[in-house]
Design a protein around this ligand. Structure first.
Ligand code: AMP
Ligand code: ZN
Length: 475
């Protein structure tokens, strides 16, 4: 095992990674909220977390990784004010919440598969763990860290010695954030308190509700990750991952409630991936116009081109998505594949060269997962004065982490990178949007109709109104 150094949001430093139990790493990943397709920004986070897990494996650790699926309780704001994302998704598509969850969960793992993102060893939907949430919330109430008000159970952030550990925001900054909330939740004792369990939500039309000691209701979003992590990985965690938008309030609240519950430090390393942005700013599902893997495929990009696009930049730097850079990456990827395919297969692996380049590869990855430097090592191997068999051996070796299918045979590539199914997916999406637009026009809501036209345009679909109805084509 080497000397991996990673940036830890908890200490704001690049630190040597030291696992709690020799050779074993426990890792928790905040999973998707399954109310819509994952956009390629979300997938950047999952991809870099996948690289971390694969590099840990490469370096000789055994990794046990858990991911939740948020299928209940994720409000768009932290108070009882924002819209429930799952409910909004169900309404949008005239389906039940569980149907929406099932559909987008499958779509998420299909996208991950196309990007060679490994499914974590344990995947747990929040709706599977209601008794666990209730037990922990009761524990927090018993210890005086939680209180009931207006029918909901809240976590009392004033009971902690240190609440701002992860985000290092001062109280004043947090108050600014809180003021931006659409409405205030007057049940809270402190502005930064958050809901653990709702029984009297403003969203009383919530489809999924469960019995609890505090009445029929449903859990808040933050409690699910703490509980699911503790359920499978115990009271101590090595690494917790997510995108940077999760630092506050989600991860800050996870630390607060977990440490209040277990009574000691919970997680040692916090790994956060910076955002993928487009020209208008952070890509986000709620904006409506976002890029998916299927759309990239429709436009003729193999999904792994996007994986290479991400690996070329450091996970802690914001990444701007442009088609120009993606086009360059596509050319680079195809060239790389051709060059590797042309490598001969005769001869003996040159051990000294293997060791030298593995050392360089490790040095790059141990330096806070410097994937772009590691790719440079790959190119150096291809240029090096060593035999083809050694080159092929090293490419295969590094690809355990890159997962770019660098040595896959052409026939296998055809099968795995085909985009069968995505045409149907896109068609279903467009048809649903056109139906929404017809409805909007019927109600003379032309602003909404125009917005749908724009949304489709942003996803690469042009629509035309004809006498026979609306037709569409790919741009
Ligand atoms: P969600 O499904 O919205 O809960 O988000 C899933 C994951 O994607 C979380 O780890 C987020 O922090 C992350 N994420 C959200 N937006 C972006 C973005 N634009 N770029 C990178 N990661 C993101
Ligand atoms: Zn989480």
């Amino acid at each position: 095992m080497g000397e991996l150094a990673i940036y830890n949001t908890l200490t704001k430093k690049v630190e040597l990674f030291v696992e709690r139990q020799k050779g074993q790493v426990t890792m928790y990943t905040c999973g998707p909220t399954v109310y819509h397709y994952a956009h390629i920004g979300n997938l950047r986070s999952y991809m870099m977390e996948d690289v971390l897990e694969k590099y840990l494996n490469y370096a000789g650790y055994r990794v046990k990784r858990v991911m939740n699926i948020t299928d209940v309780g994720h409000l768009s704001s932290d108070a009882d004010t924002g819209e429930d994302k799952m409910l909004a998704g169900a309404r949008r598509e005239h389906k039940t919440v569980m149907e929406i969850a099932q559909f987008y969960r499958e779509a998420f793992f299909a996208d991950c598969g196309k990007l060679n993102i490994k499914t974590p060893e344990i995947v747990e939907p929040a709706t599977n763990c209601i008794p666990d949430f209730i037990r922990v919330i009761q524990g927090l109430l018993d210890k005086g860290y939680a209180y009931c008000a207006g029918g909901n159970v809240y976590f009392d952030t004033s009971k902690l010695e240190e609440y701002y550990v992860l985000s290092r925001q001062n109280e004043e900054e947090l108050m600014v954030g809180a003021r931006e909330d659409v409405e205030e939740d007057f049940n809270k004792r402190n502005k930064t308190d958050f809901v653990l369990w709702f029984t009297k939500s403003k969203f009383d039309d919530q489809e999924l509700k469960w019995e609890s000691p505090w009445g029929v209701g449903y859990p808040g979003w933050h409690i699910e990750c703490s509980c699911i992590s503790m359920k499978h990985l115990g009271e101590y965690l090595d690494i917790h991952c997510g995108g940077v938008d999760n630092i506050f309030p989600h991860h800050t609240n996870e630390i607060a409630q977990s440490e209040a519950y277990v009574g000691h430090k919970w997680c040692n390393y916090w790994f956060h991936v910076q955002h993928l942005n487009d020209k208008t700013g952070k890509m986000s599902k709620s904006k409506g116009d976002f890029l998916t893997v299927s759309l990239l495929e429709q436009k003729g990009y193999q999904p792994l081109v996007y994986r290479l696009f991400c690996l070329q930049s450091h996970y802690r730097k914001p990444l701007l998505f442009t088609y120009q850079v993606l086009d360059n990456t596509k050319t680079a990827y195809e060239k790389l594949i051709r060059r590797i395919a042309a490598l001969g297969r005769d001869g003996e692996v040159q051990q000294a060269a293997v060791e030298r380049y593995q050392r360089e590869f490790n040095a790059a990855m141990e330096n806070d997962l410097n994937t772009s430097q590691a790719l440079t090592v790959l190119y150096d191997v291809l240029k090096a004065d060593i035999n083809d068999v050694t080159k092929r051996y090293l490419v295969q070796d590094f690809d355990q982490v890159f997962s770019l299918d660098l040595t896959k045979e052409p026939e296998e590539r055809e099968n795995s990178q085909g985009n069968a199914g995505t045409d149907q997916e896109l068609a279903a999406f467009v048809e649903a949007k056109l139906e929404e637009r017809r409805e909007a026009r019927k109600n003379k809501d032309f602003a909404a109709a125009d917005q749908i036209r724009q949304e489709l345009q942003d996803r690469g679909v042009r629509i035309k109104d004809t006498r026979e109805g609306t037709v569409w084509e790919l741009i």
